[in-house]
Design a protein around this ligand. Sequence first.
Ligand code: GL9
Length: 814
Amino acid sequence: MELNVNQFKKDYLRRLKAKSGRPLEESTVWDQYHALGSLIKEYMTDDWVGTSIAYNKLDTRQVFYFSMEFLTGKLLCDYMHAMGVFEVVEQGLTDLGLSLETISEAERDQGLGNGGLGRLAACFMDSMASVGIPGHGIGIRFNFGLFEQKIINGYQVEFPDRWLENRNVWEVKMPDKAVEVHFGGSVRQDYIGGRNVFFLENTEVVMAVPYDTPIPGYQNGIVNTLRLYSAEAKTPDFDLAGFSRGDYNRVFSEKYAVEAISQVLYPDDAYENGRLLRLKQEYFFVSAGLQGIMRSFKRSGLPIRDFHKYNAIHINDTHPALAIPELMRLLMDIEELNWEEAWKITTQTISYTNHTLLHEAMEKWPVDVMKSLLPRIFMIIEEIDRRFNQITERLYHQVDPRRSQQMAIIGDGQVRMAHLCIVGSHSVNGVAKLHSELLATKELKPFNEFYAGKFNNKTNGITHRRWLLHSNPRLSAHITEAIGDEWIKEPESLGRLMKYHSDPAYLEKLMAIKRANKVDFSNYLHKTSGVSIDPDSIYDIQIKRLHEYKRQTLNILHIMSMYLRLKEDPDLDLIPRTFLFGAKAAPGYQTAKQTIKLINAVGDLINADKDVNEKLKVVFVENYGVTVAEHIIPSADISEQISTASKEASGTGNMKLMMNGAVTVATLDGANIEILEAVGKDNIFLFGLTAEEVYRYTENHSYKAFEIYQNNPLLRRAIDMMTDGTLNVSPEEFYLIRSALLDHNDAFFVLKDFESYANIQKKACEAYRDKKRWSAMSLVNIAKSGIFSSDRTIRDYNRDIWKAPVFETLKGSL
Ligand code: GL9
């Protein structure tokens, strides 16, 4: 948009006064932030309204991305960049004696997600708008996002994330678009006009009230929408009669029970804990979202039989799986289509992404729970299952009599949500090549054989605008200086940087930028936690959820072994290294919590020991999330991507770090394999078992962790350090970690991969010594990162699955 500094200052001062009721001099940082946010939103309004009018007028196919999680982080600066007003606003604020940096820090992270899956949804929103696809998000407006983490005495302590306590400037409440969602009750069946008709009776009614947030594309005038639903009791005021009778508790408990649905995000990452409230959340937003889509589709006057031609609904993992029976219900019970018609529309509308192979993450709901919470939905699932079984029975009962049962949607008293998604959609994709291949050839093999062509791969991506352009301005400028700014719209043109591969001046500047970013991060860390780190040490970074399969344990055991070696030989020639960890553990995941304590205990020991602390430092960065990531990633030298092969579906932090010039220490897992393909084996440090070897060891039970413990003295001493009093803790402190490794035969092959990991770490260290070599490696990683832009991912989804039109801009279509 067109905006000059003077106009901005005038607008801003007026807005600040109106919003805060006081002049600039008396305003708080919060006032300043709130006024700025509301002004930026207003600047966006014409395009936002224009976009939705244009989509309606063009009768265009639209994409709806249903996701339980949207981990968007802060929005202010991203939006100013998207609108092309960043510099003007920054200048205007400086003129007024204000600091954009300080103001933007006042924004709360929108932390409505656990990790990769939720952040992926946020990157997709940005890319859909920037690529020009009519695509919107549908989710839940949780009152509390993912908990805030504090480290107290080395332990993780969780605090509620009150992100809404000071209002959310970006959202617009849409009360007229509220819909009813029904739970429980019973189904009455009638035979009217030659067909079976189903009515739900005596249900609990919950109002789903949408709050819309604009999602601006990058300087293209397109503004899509993220719609998050909040649960409200049907009568907005409590039951006055009950209240005056003094029956406070009942009245309030009913209201709270209803509103509980959108109170809090479940903090479990890649783990399913099967709570009833979670199932309610899932149905709540899916039903509301579909009713909203149906409502506006019907307003268009287009025939219901063409629903799938205008609407593509994507379900992000199985959490929104009930979209399948719910769309069937709406088409049959409300729109009066028959089963076959409804089924055709439903399956052609819906597509599904699988995000994990971990069995503990697979959603399964007990039949009796589903039946009593959602009786009509359950009937429809039963019917989908019955029809599907009929076919598989016929096909397989002679060749493989068990196969039909294996593939069933309902089995062992449970509804298998992944099976429902596969049967009820027209596309099933994994999130990286290896992951998609394992889905098709192992975990979901019978389905891949049954549905030739339904399975496909869409390798994940990240928005290079947030994760490079905005969070690493120095590097962005250095890139643009060399190859122009085309990479912002076409990230794969970052490849042109390859011509600087042997240009000493360019590479030297690259290293100077890394150094400056390391200073920035050390200042940030000091300011936020009081910890000092040395920008001349290697920053070795592992940032992601805490999970056994991600193997923070391998990293810390290796650090412990380095400590032991250094204690024996203080002159050991090591380049000083700072190991940084950032990770939240699910509150009920005890092994993960012990790992956090272990990292902190090792940090306490090492950081205080003069024999080693010139060369080693271990820091656990508190409350890892989107904002912390934006500070830390530009400063990384080494990126730790060390999951047990086959366990990490893709990973996306790996992409962010490479894009910022970190070199990866990697197993052949998830998207690491594609990073390897992109950069070549000389620009990545590979180690460890392959997925195939992991499968083989797991299947033939030939792995013996304890033997490795007995035969590798250094590793044994490192493991024993957990219990022998070296660390300032009781011997039982880490019993879960120790017993997972030794008593339960190390399911994630930490011991097995230890030696290979230690070797590759030595090689990485050697490579770092050679500044020229290292800077060239770093450059290759940046240059080859363009394919990991989520713009590419989104174009792949759209080309193969959604097939929505792509608009350069909407200007002129109004
Ligand atoms: C995840 C995978 O574990 C990651 O490897 C993958 O990159 C992301 C996005 O596709 O999805 N699956 C999953 O359940 N989580 C992932 O991060 N966990 C959550 O974030 C809830």
